[in-house]
Design a protein around this ligand. Structure first.
Ligand code: ADP
Ligand code: ADP
Length: 228
């Protein structure tokens, strides 16, 4: 689904953040990038949606180079969830979730039905929440809206950068459980960044351990735990 072929990232100041990265993320896989702060996880993630450009090598999505897609089309087909979710504060939850479907030109009725479906999917009562503003929601609820927004136009790929790390431990554990249940239903290709090994082992179908811009190991949680 997503292949990195000899990918390099050198920032303008000379920092080599990612070095000769070769790996393939499979369709429908929950793929976790883990490693200490500064090892290149976020850089790797943001190269997929071209928020960061590769310095060398290639990234292919469905066998086509990301540079051969129109950049807007690429980004609309890749959901993105961040630690600080940045919902638009003056817009309602419904309006926040509707942004990409509206850009895609869906008719009003279809968008509204999709918002209902998405709120249910992330465990929030549609009638209770659709007209609220983000500030009226807890941190955990805002992250749920972030996930709903990323899923809105049904993109095949979702990128998540430490989406739960700002939450209190109880909300965090609940969202981890819920995201596993959600993935079992939606079967998207998810690339998830974390520095928390427990989270990686709980969520990942496969986990990619990075260090200093290199991949140290890729495997299932069992393989990672059993192979010292
Ligand atoms: P992680 O997500 O694993 O914490 P990052 O991908 O954010 O790591 O960073 C990898 C390395 O690249 C670090 O050394 C970081 O300081 C550096 N880096 C990240 N972004 C930039 C940038 N815009 N300019 C220069 N160096 C950067
Ligand atoms: P994260 O929490 O994902 O690790 P950081 O706090 O490392 O992110 O970085 C926040 C932002 O600053 C990112 O957009 C990253 O690209 C940028 N950045 C990180 N390190 C550097 C650096 N050494 N020089 C310039 N920008 C950087």
């Amino acid at each position: 689904m997503i292949s990195f072929v000899n990918v390099e990232k050198v920032y303008p100041d000379g920092t080599r953040a990612v070095k000769s990265l070769d790996m393939t993320i499979n369709e429908g896989e929950f793929f976790v990038l883990i490693g200490p702060s500064g090892c290149g996880k976020t850089t790797t993630l943001k190269m997929i949606n071209r928020l960061n450009e590769t310095s060398d090598g290639k990234i292919l999505i469905r066998d086509k180079s990301i540079h051969d897609y129109n950049i807007h089309e690429l980004r609309r087909n890749i959901g993105y969830v961040l630690q600080q979710i940045a919902l638009f504060p003056h817009m309602t939850i419904e309006e926040n979730i509707s942004i990409v479907p509206e850009l895609k030109g869906w008719d009003k009725k279809k968008v509204k039905a999709r918002v209902t479906e998405l709120l249910e999917l992330v465990g929030l009562d549609p009638e209770q929440y659709r007209n609220r503003k983000p500030s009226e929601l807890s941190g955990g609820q805002q992250q749920r809206i972030g996930v709903a927004r990323a899923l809105a136009a049904d993109p095949p790929v979702i990128l998540m950068d430490e989406p739960f790390s700002a939450l209190d431990p109880i909300s965090r554990e609940q969202l981890q459980k819920d995201i596993v249940a959600l993935q079992a239903k939606i079967k998207k290709t998810i690339v998830f960044v974390t520095h928390d090994m427990n989270e990686a082992l709980t969520l990942g179908d496969r986990v990619c351990l990075m260090k200093d811009g290199h991949v140290v190991q890729i495997g299932t949680p069992e393989e990672l735990v059993n192979d010292p």
